[in-house]
Design a protein around this ligand. Sequence first.
Ligand SMILES: Cc1cc2nc3c(=O)[nH]c(=O)nc-3n(C[C@H](O)[C@H](O)[C@H](O)COP(=O)(O)O)c2cc1C
Length: 220
Amino acid sequence: MKSKNQEIIDVFNYRYACKKFDKNRKVSDEDFNTIMESARLSPSSFGLEPWKFLLLKNEKMKEDFKEFAWGAINSINGASHIVIVLARKGVTADSKHMEHMLEDVKKVPEEMKAVIKEKFGGFQEKHFKLLESERSLFDWASKQTYIVLGNMMTTAAYLGIDSCAIEGFEREAAEKYLSDRGILDLNEYGLSYMVSFGYRDEEQPVKTRQNLSEVFEIIE
Ligand SMILES: Cc1cc2nc3c(=O)[nH]c(=O)nc-3n(C[C@H](O)[C@H](O)[C@H](O)COP(=O)(O)O)c2cc1C
């Protein structure tokens, strides 16, 4: 029997950026729900979950996306599921989202709320300097969504499902397209990335990576 360690390494070697999907194979609801559950359960800075996920099912919209999402064309041409990942804008200590997370989701006692808000405010303002621009605040939220990306793709690979992360799109054009159709409120969210899931219809390329010794150093 395979060790757990080997099983994990095998999953990471199985995942690659799929360029050609089998049009005829669909990811089951059960498997897709598991991928989405791995997204939902992902960690985030201060546990603020500054994200939202859109499953792009509309075929006409998928075709339209090809115009400004060059990195998604291979996926649109055969992947079973395409997910658009949004990152929340304006998540500050005094934002509505912060209040929602503390009050409704985490059910933090009233006296603790002010303590957490103060800590988060200091972190944003002084330690990470996230309040310098709307962009730096958005990029912080966007970083959190990439934790989700890793989890979704690894979960998919564990289930024998292929995937492709997609940053290959003109962000403004894609955001405008979704906003014009009332799908995206640009005051609330921006587009972080897309990710597709399905089944490969090609040979997996040989994996190339730097050696661990090049990227890993021990501080004694
Ligand atoms: C955030 C991110 C964005 C990516 N964007 C695209 C993309 O738009 N189109 C594409 O075909 N591949 C995309 N890739 C795939 C990478 O090129 C690929 O992961 C990398 O070359 C390593 O190869 P591997 O994933 O096959 O091991 C993206 C990967 C990441 C992590």
